[in-house]
Design a protein around this ligand. Structure first.
Ligand code: DGL
Length: 267
């Protein structure tokens, strides 16, 4: 496979998807796009999210990607059909992957405001597992803090406790991390939850879904993640993005600044 996989998010969140893909499939060619100019997506109205999804899909088309991984749950919730329509390539979805990872009867979903308001997770889960009780919780404070590099401060712990409270009171047995930024908070969230509540990272399911395109990894093979075949692109502040992801990559990656917007006045 010479054409890269196109992976996109509003910022660093999609990195959790890239990491899962590389951990399962090795250092394959990937084209990562962080739409840093317009983050957060989660506070935007559906119409804007759909326009953005269209622009990104067109750009990926121009870059000849072999498939698109929608590494942003907000886009998955509100504009998956837009991405699927533009490209003649396979599109992989976090929500579709996540529902296959659920076997509990009482499930919480932490997500952006736009994803929660769309109820996309609840609808998909209940199609796949009718009768499942699903509670969706919007967490608008998370993405801005994570983008600042904060995955463990007291401030984060306080807001996380508030967000988790209704889910704990409803005695959920599992919680879907329904925004690709949130796996970066995995240990903080697990610390705040009662024992036995399982955190579900949809990126792991999505990486497994990719076996359909890339084949299954050899049983027992242990891959040390490396990103030398990933091209990183952002829509603003390329330097800052590089310094934010370097702690996971083990070095400052080269990050290209690209321009997506054809019609600046739309926003
Ligand atoms: N990481 C994205 C998601 O999975 C978007 C977060 C945001 O920009 O609000 O929803």
């Amino acid at each position: 496979m010479n054409s890269p996989l196109g992976i996109f998010d509003s910022g660093i969140g999609g990195f959790t998807v890239l990491r899962s893909v590389v951990e399962r499939h090795g250092d394959i060619p990937c084209l990562y796009l962080g739409d840093t100019e317009r983050i957060p997506y989660g506070d935007r109205p559906p119409a804007e999210i759909r326009i953005i999804a269209n622009e990104i899909s067109q750009w990926f088309s121009d870059q000849n990607v072999s498939a698109i991984l929608v590494a942003c749950n907000t886009t998955n919730s509100l504009a998956l059909d837009v991405v699927e329509r533009v490209n003649g390539v396979q599109v992989f979805s976090l929500i579709k992957a996540a529902v296959q990872m659920i076997f509990e009867d009482r499930v919480g979903v932490l997500a952006t405001s736009a994803t929660s308001a769309s109820s996309a997770y609840r609808k998909q889960i209940q199609i796949y597992r009718p009768g499942t009780i699903v509670l969706e919780q919007a967490c608008p404070a998370f993405v801005p803090l994570i983008e600042k590099g904060d995955c463990e401060s007291d401030e984060l712990r306080v807001v996380a406790s508030e967000y988790l409270k209704p889910l704990i009171e409803a005695r959920v047995e599992a919680i879907v991390l329904g925004c690709s930024h949130y796996p970066l908070l995995g240990s903080l969230l697990q610390d705040l939850l009662p024992k036995g509540v399982r955190l579900i990272d949809p990126a792991i399911g999505l990486a497994a879904d990719l076996d359909r395109l890339l084949g299954s990894p050899k049983a027992g093979s242990k891959i040390i993640p490396s990103f030398s075949n990933t091209r990183f692109c952002v829509t603003s502040d390329s330097r800052e993005f590089g310094s934010r992801v370097n702690k996971w990559l083990g070095g400052d990656p080269e990050v290209e600044l690209i321009s997506l917007r054809s019609t600046a006045c739309l926003f």
